[in-house]
Write a protein that binds this ligand. Structure first.
Ligand SMILES: [Zn+2]
Length: 314
């Protein structure tokens, strides 16, 4: 955790209305509880390291350069996820095992679930990798969301990643990517606001939405969106250019608090409409955990109508 992140505090499930003060030591959020809604933050980092457990090391003999590259892990992503988790007092799930063993950010059956060295293993050995590394991670995250969604809370899941500045000889023209589903109303609004806040905090930052990947491409958040009602789950992938953690140390130290602060500011779009928020939608009341049709066309209730019921019922 960077020194700047230690000073950032956003109380769990009582976020927002951030009257925040910046001083030389860091950022402090003075918050008022949002009694009409309950946000739960969840951080994940699927590509936090490039470790290969001893029993699988022979498979990767000679693959050291591959493991060390962006194909093996996401440099900086875990540092960033830890900063966010500390600032938001949020639960963090992370993996430091290389994505080349089994790719936690791909669905079962996806061609990229296993890398080339692993694909040569017998089926039983590949199944064992799924049972030992993939399922425990994915199931724990999903169970956590299910528990909170089941209590009617809105889970804001941030999955932290980093991307290589140059892929196949082509330079990526972004510093930050925010990946979401454009059909998910709350994700869309939060990411638009986040992009705006980031640009306002640092005009030199190139912030793009659904770049360098589409938020609807196969991934953990895409899977989770199918599992949970959009009133209970927001899944955003944060992608940071590896030029920061891999080279620009002062820039990297400065960037992380900016990302956290702008994120908290962006969440004010979730404020109830009656208190001046821009979003007239609410998390579900007493929702259940069950697979739902993706992006059901049910109208979201407005905060104005739902808030009194929430106050009475909670
Ligand atoms: Zn990643």
């Amino acid at each position: 955790m960077g020194p700047s992140a230690k000073a950032i505090h956003v109380p769990e499930s009582a976020l927002l209305y951030a009257a925040y003060v910046i001083d030389c030591a860091g950022i402090y959020f003075a918050t008022a509880p949002v009694t009409t809604m309950n946000l739960k933050f969840l951080l994940t980092c699927e590509h936090g390291g490039n470790r290969i457990p001893a029993r699988y090391r022979d498979l990767f003999a000679g693959c050291e350069p591959l493991l060390a590259s962006h194909r093996g892990w996401d440099p900086g992503a875990l540092v960033l996820a830890r900063d966010f988790a500390a600032a938001l007092r949020a639960k963090l799930f992370h993996s430091t095992t290389s994505r080349l063993l089994v790719e936690l950010n791909r669905s079962m059956g996806h061609p990229q679930l296993f890398s080339a060295p692993v694909r040569g293993l017998p089926r039983r050995a590949r199944e064992e990798l799924v049972e030992r590394f993939y399922r425990p991670y994915r199931d724990r995250v999903e169970a956590r969301i299910a528990a909170e969604a089941g209590r009617g809370e809105l889970v804001v899941h941030l999955s932290c990643h980093s991307f290589t500045p140059v892929l196949d000889g082509v330079e990526r023209n972004a510093d930050i990517g925010l990946l979401f589903d454009p059909r998910h109303s709350l994700e869309t609004q939060v990411c638009a606001a986040w992009q705006q806040q980031l640009r306002a905090s640092d005009a030199s930052l190139v912030v793009r939405r659904n770049y360098p990947y589409r938020g609807t491409a196969d991934g953990f958040t895409t899977y989770l969106r199918r599992r949970f009602d959009e009133r209970n789950y927001i899944g955003i992938e944060l992608e940071v250019n590896q030029k920061f953690p891999m080279g620009d140390a002062p820039g990297w130290e400065a960037l992380r608090p900016k990302l956290i602060r702008s994120f908290a500011e962006a969440l004010t779009v979730l404020r109830p409409a009656e208190s001046g928020g821009r979003v007239a939608s609410a998390p579900a009341v007493g929702s259940r955990h069950a697979p739902v049709a993706r992006h059901g066309h049910r109208a979201l209730p407005s905060f104005g109508r739902v808030a009194p019921a929430l106050r009475a019922g909670k």
